[in-house]
Design a protein around this ligand. Structure first.
Ligand code: DGL
Length: 275
C-alpha cells in the first residue's frame, strides 16, 4: 500500500447530527485520520421510516461517500446498521462498520447481572437488532427494549439538559427503571448527546453503552487489517457534508466535538437521488 492510499479518508454517515458522537470517538482513537462526514439532515429521522426507505437512503449515503474515495465506511446510525448493513456490505468491497456488533460486545463486557436495557429508534427496536445479537451470544440474558423516538429531535435541537428532555426521559425510561438493569445500550447515535439526562434519570449505577467508543476501535482494527492505517503525523481533519443546513448543525457540532467547525457544505438531494 502506498502513502496516498493510507491518506484516504474514512467515510461516516448518519441521518443527521447523531454520527458526530461517533466522529468524536474516531478522532480520539485515530487522531491522524481524515474523515468525511455525511449527515442526511434533509431526510432525518430515519427511525420512523420503513425498512425499504432506510435501505435506499443508506445506499445513497454510502454512494456519496464513495465519490470522496473513502477507504472504509462507518454506518454511524443504528437504524441504518440494523436494517441496511447487509445491502451495504454486498455492494462495497471496502470495510463497512456498523454500530450493532461493537455495541453488543461492549454491553456483554459490561453487564454483571445479565440484565440489559436497550433504547433506540422505533425501527431499531422493532427490528430487534441488538436483542438478537445479544441473545445469539448468551441465551440467558434478560433484555428489555424501549423505543425513544423523541430523543432524536431533542438532540437535533440541542436540548441537552432542558426540563422537557428530563420529563420525556422520565416517561420513556420508567419501564426500564423497574427492571434492575445494570447496563443500558444507547442504541441510537443521537443519544450520547443526551447522556447527562439519560444517566441521571436511569440512575448512576447503570452503565451507559456508547457504541461509538467500541466502533472506533473496530474501525482501527479493520483499516489496519487491510493495511490502510494513516502514517501521517499531523492531525486529521473532518469535512462536513449535509443535505440541508439547519442553523444548529454547526453550533451543535462545535459544542459536541469541542472544536471549531469551519465549513459545512450542502449537498443537493437531487445529486444523492442519482446514486
Ligand atoms: N442516529 C440514528 C440512529 O443511530 C437515527 C436517528 C433517526 O434518524 O431516527 O439510529
Amino acid at each position: 500500500m502506498n502513502f496516498i492510499d493510507r491518506g484516504r479518508p474514512i467515510g461516516v454517515f448518519d441521518s443527521g447530527i447523531g454520527g458526530l458522537t461517533v466522529v468524536k470517538r474516531l478522532a480520539s482513537t485515530l487522531p491522524n485520520e481524515n474523515i468525511v462526514y455525511f449527515g442526511d439532515t434533509a431526510r432525518v429521522p430515519y427511525g420512523s421510516k420503513s425498512n425499504s426507505t432506510v435501505i435506499e437512503y443508506s445506499l445513497q449515503d454510502a454512494a456519496f461517500l464513495k465519490t470522496k474515495n473513502v477507504k472504509a465506511i462507518v454506518v454511524a446510525c443504528n437504524t441504518a446498521s440494523s436494517i441496511a448493513i447487509k445491502s451495504l456490505k454486498q455492494k462495497y468491497d471496502i470495510p463497512i462498520i456498523g454500530m450493532i456488533e461493537p455495541g453488543t460486545e461492549f454491553a456483554l463486557r459490561s453487564t454483571k447481572n445479565k440484565k440489559i436495557g436497550i433504547i433506540g429508534t422505533r425501527a431499531t427496536i422493532d427490528n430487534k437488532a441488538y436483542s438478537k445479537a445479544l441473545k445469539k451470544v448468551d441465551k440467558k440474558l434478560k433484555v428489555f427494549e424501549k423505543a425513544c423516538p423523541l430523543f432524536v429531535p431533542l438532540a437535533e435541537e440541542g436540548w441537552v439538559e432542558h426540563k422537557a428532555t428530563y420529563e420525556i426521559a422520565e416517561e420513556y425510561l420508567k419501564v426500564l427503571k423497574k427492571k434492575e438493569i445494570d447496563t443500558l445500550i444507547l442504541g441510537c447515535t443521537h443519544y450520547p448527546i443526551l447522556t447527562k439526562v439519560i444517566q441521571k434519570v436511569i440512575g448512576e449505577n447503570v452503565k451507559l453503552i456508547d457504541s461509538g467508543i467500541a466502533a472506533a476501535e473496530l474501525v482501527r482494527d479493520e483499516i489496519n487489517r487491510i493495511g490502510l492505517l494513516s502514517h501521517s503525523s499531523s492531525l486529521g481533519f473532518v469535512d462536513f457534508f449535509v443535505t440541508d443546513i439547519p442553523k444548529k448543525f454547526k453550533e451543535i457540532a462545535e459544542l459536541f466535538l469541542s472544536a471549531p467547525v469551519k465549513e459545512v457544505k450542502k449537498v443537493e438531494l437531487e445529486e444523492i437521488w442519482h446514486y
